[in-house]
Design a protein around this ligand. Sequence first.
Ligand SMILES: Nc1ncnc2c1ncn2[C@@H]1O[C@H](COP(=O)(O)OP(=O)(O)OP(=O)(O)O)[C@@H](O)[C@H]1O
Length: 243
Amino acid sequence: MIELDRAGRSFKVRREVVHAVRELSFTVGAGEFVGYLGPNGAGKSTTIKMLCGILTPTSGRVRVAGLDPSRKRIKVARRIGVVFGQRTTLWWDLPLKDSFELVRLLYKVDRKAFRERLDELIDTLDLSGFLRTPVRQLSLGQRMRGDLTAALLHAPEVLVLDEPTIGLDVVSKNSIRDFLRRLNAERGTTVLLTTHDLDDIERLCRRVMVIDRGALAFDGTLDDLLAGESSLEEVVTRLYTAQ
Ligand SMILES: Nc1ncnc2c1ncn2[C@@H]1O[C@H](COP(=O)(O)OP(=O)(O)OP(=O)(O)O)[C@@H](O)[C@H]1O
């Protein structure tokens, strides 16, 4: 479902070249739930931006559902849902429900299918109390549930999440985690989850990839990552600080 083959992305900053991602190769199969970890500046957001076609790789190959995201951005957008926890994709001054209607129009989602999906998401994410509230007045937890809904209204096969639980209280975190677990188990949606919250990883992901300075430092099961270590925090700290 997701395939990177020696993908690289560099930026020219004044006279220096920053290699945000270098020769990165991995595949994520349909239905997997993969955690994507790495220290600040490791290249996680750059990877995600290449997956949704916001950034073009400067070397190598990226494919999502067999498509090149930088060349087939609209086709890829129909197959992928993306949530950036630090930013909203909703319309700030509009009531939440109007944002959803705009998403329907943008993605050309059939009215009946849209209604069914929206009703289900309103129910499972408990949105009914704030559908008429302008997005700017929503709490962070409400806004995140709105963003997740917007990302799923076109029923994407792949969901990419960049820190979806950042800043949320423990109850909100757990309700988002339950929702994601069910989405993956019941719908078979492929999930790539970037987070700095190691509880997200321990509670959700069977497979974990760790990126450091633009290259993979680990790719395996959570059990393998934890093998012989007393905690995930310990092993991740060791990986992040390895030279
Ligand atoms: N548009 C850009 N121009 C120049 N450098 C950039 C740009 N985007 C990212 N970088 C650099 O690329 C590297 C990787 O950044 P990226 O945002 O992918 O890291 P990250 O793993 O998502 O970090 P964080 O956990 O802090 O969000 C960093 O050194 C960053 O400064």
